[in-house]
Design a protein around this ligand. Structure first.
Ligand code: 6R9
Length: 632
């Protein structure tokens, strides 16, 4: 911040700088990378441990790193129990508003009661330490209770985003081999009830491992309950089994906390596994420092708890920091495009963290909607999920932030557990750049041979060190984890390959460009081309399918698909609609392709792999590049 004023930069206001939790970046960054273990041990010391660690970082089995090994902790001890011993006990933990205007609030004390009851219900259903419980719910407080209840008793949660559909849910249940599913009768979206239980019922039929289904009542849908398998949560909570006291299980630092399925280059989604200790340290530290969280703040991460953003920055990081979190179930523009701005005004939200897609979506309704509201409580704004285009950045900064709120653009992944590149509130900003690495992380941009590329040249984004929030493995598939993400450089040092391409500019600011693999970010949601393709192929009239992402003004990327039909079947508009709907009902609405084009053949390599980059180049009218591997 000693540099002279640069006209391309946006400088944070003095009042923000004056009160920032971290007042200096460069020196602390230097310290954190030169003394990585000390730095993380200092952060870990701010948490509650039943027993301290033997080693901060154990690299003996790299790339399977261990953090705070030998320590005993439970993330829920930090997210709830510790707050009950001080003034946070009476503090609001969760403020919830439903689309229809229903309101529910929970203090930390109230949150504890709900989580204890839920945990006792799970125990009575035979859930034990290490068991994987699948959770498929709308954005209601019970989703958070369910996650915390699992963690409290040492069980492992696997949350499946409520917008996913039958096959997505069934395949995740199968992979995790869950015995227990927690769901709800339904959710609300745009005034309509979304029938989750029917989807869950169909998925349970496809996945025989489920023995118990606990269902939360959230709307008025008449749902089918199978007598010996399905139970209403409110019935169970009324029984003596659901006492409001429950001991928090002492877990080891490296015990699994959750798995979260995410899309990769090929094949089925991978269950990324995160653990109690390192994840607790990483999410709370990044949240506290990057978002400058203060005791009086009301924090709103407008993601869904079903994605990593919700896990790390709705639930765990903020609750460990004792923050008050806002949770809203419903569409941002329902019934009118001022819904979010109304929420900020009504509840006096201080920090809003959302995706570029949501910003672009609200931006198109114009300034007049936010301008009607008092948004002066906002101090910081955040962005996540995809690169933010400068136009949306500037609108967000000017119209929502009144030119005074820094935009904390955070680059990270399901695999990283928390922010890897992000500004602090004191960092001068450039619209569209997530700025610099978070403490402890050394990032680089390299070519195919692993050599660093020059200034402003595009290359692969890598991380040169382990960090506490990193996923520990792919559930049941250590090999896949090691192969997909890790390689050794010339000196034998392990490096993490993010799968994104990026550039570094003359000020060492990092600009993330996008995915280099078959992962799509559609409206900030992560999907794999292979999932969309297998949904299409599961339709009886389809022989083969290919999906690609093409730039889209609002969604960032939109899914375009190419389909070869069974012999004798002719594709028409009606079949196109049918196939789109089929993907919607198998995978979920977010995976529904923009269009389905019927083709006679697909460009393939001689080994039979679809060349999606050729399809993409053709669709965009670009050069098709090297076609030497194309099949005759
Ligand atoms: C947190 C999350 C990860 C992928 C990642 C990258 C993209 C996320 C970004 C961003 C540019 C940002 N991404 N944040 N790209 N700027 N601030 O989104 O996790 O769903 O696993 O997706 O999202 O491409 O590789 P996940």
């Amino acid at each position: 911040m000693n540099a002279s004023v640069n006209p391309d930069m946006f400088y944070p206001g003095q009042d923000v700088v004056d009160q920032a939790n971290v007042s200096e970046y460069e020196k602390m960054y230097q310290y954190s990378v030169e003394n990585r273990e000390e730095f993380w041990a200092e952060q870990a010391d701010t948490l509650g441990w039943y027993k301290k660690w033997d080693s901060v970082l154990d690299e003996s089995n790299a790339p399977f790193y261990k953090w705070f090994d030998g320590a005993e902790i439970n993330i829920v001890h930090n997210a709830i129990d510790r707050h009950l011993e001080n003034a946070n006990r009476n503090k609001m933990a969760i403020i919830w508003e439903g689309e229809n205007g229903q309101k529910r609030n929970f203090s930390y004390n109230g949150l504890n009661r709900e989580v204890c009851q839920f945990a006792n219900v799970l125990k009575s259903m035979g859930v034990e330490k290490g068991d994987i419980v699948t959770i498929y719910m709308p954005q209601i407080p019970e989703l958070v209770f369910a996650m915390l209840a699992c963690a409290k008793i040492g069980a492992v949660h696997s949350v499946v985003y409520g917008g996913f559909s039958t096959e997505a849910l069934a395949s995740r249940i199968d992979d995790a081999h869950s015995r227990v599913l927690i769901t709800a009768d339904g959710g609300w979206r745009r005034g309509k009830q979304i029938d989750l239980k029917s989807i869950a019922n169909e998925a349970m039929q496809r996945s025989p491992s489920i023995e118990v289904c606990i269902c939360v009542k959230n709307n008025e849908l008449d749902v089918e309950m199978e007598p010996t398998r399905d139970f209403w949560l409110h019935d169970l909570k009324a029984l003596p089994i659901a006492g409001s006291k429950c001991e928090t299980e002492q877990t080891s630092s490296e015990d699994p906390l959750f798995i979260l399925y995410t899309s990769g280059t090929t094949g089925t989604p991978k269950g990324m596994l995160h653990t109690h200790g390192g994840y607790a340290v990483y999410t709370s530290t990044t949240h506290r420092m990057a978002f400058d969280i203060k005791p009086q703040d009301r924090w709103w991460c407008a993601a869904d708890p079903g994605w990593i953003t919700g896990h790390s920055y709705i639930v765990y990081g903020p609750l460990i920091n004792g923050a008050t979190i806002m949770l809203y179930e419903g569409a941002p523009n329902y019934p009118y495009p001022n819904r979010w701005w109304q929420i900020i005004e009504n509840y006096g939200i201080n920090i809003l963290y959302t995706s570029p897609t949501a910003i672009r979506g609200l931006m198109r309704f114009g300034e007049r909607w936010p301008k009607k509201h008092d948004l002066s409580s906002l101090r910081l704004l955040g962005s996540v999920g995809e690169p933010i285009n400068p136009e949306a950045w500037k609108w967000y900064h000017h119209v929502i932030g009144n030119d005074k709120c820094p935009i904390i653009d955070t680059w990270w992944q399901t695999e990283t557990g928390g922010f890897m590149i992000c500004p602090l509130p004191i960092t001068p900003l450039k619209p569209g750049s997530a700025t610099k690495p978070f403490f402890g992380n050394e990032m680089a941009i390299v070519d195919d041979d692993g050599n660093e590329v020059g200034t402003n040249e595009e290359g692969k984004l890598i991380v040169k060190n382990p960090w506490p929030g990193m996923a520990r493995t792919v559930f049941k598939d250590d090999q896949r984890y090691a192969d997909l993400y890790w390689s050794q450089d010339k000196d034998g040092k392990w490096i993490y390959l993010a799968g994104d391409s990026a550039k570094k500019d003359e000020d060492d600011y990092i600009w993330v460009i996008g995915r280099m693999d078959e992962v799509l970010k559609v409206s900030g949601y992560r999907l794999g081309t292979s999932e969309v393709e297998s949904a299409l192929v599961s339709h009886p009239m389809v022989t083969e399918a290919a999906a690609v992402g093409l730039p889209h003004e609002l969604k960032g990327n939109a899914i375009h698909t190419y389909v070869i039909l069974q012999a004798g079947i002719v594709g028409d508009k009606k079949l196109e609609q049918e196939l789109r709907a089929h993907v919607g009902s198998e995978m979920g609405k977010i995976a529904m392709p923009e269009c389905v084009e019927f083709v006679e053949s697909l460009p393939k390599t001689r080994s039979g792999k679809i060349m999606r980059r050729v399809l993409k180049a053709r669709a965009l009218g670009q050069d098709e590049g090297d076609l030497s591997t194309l099949e005759e």
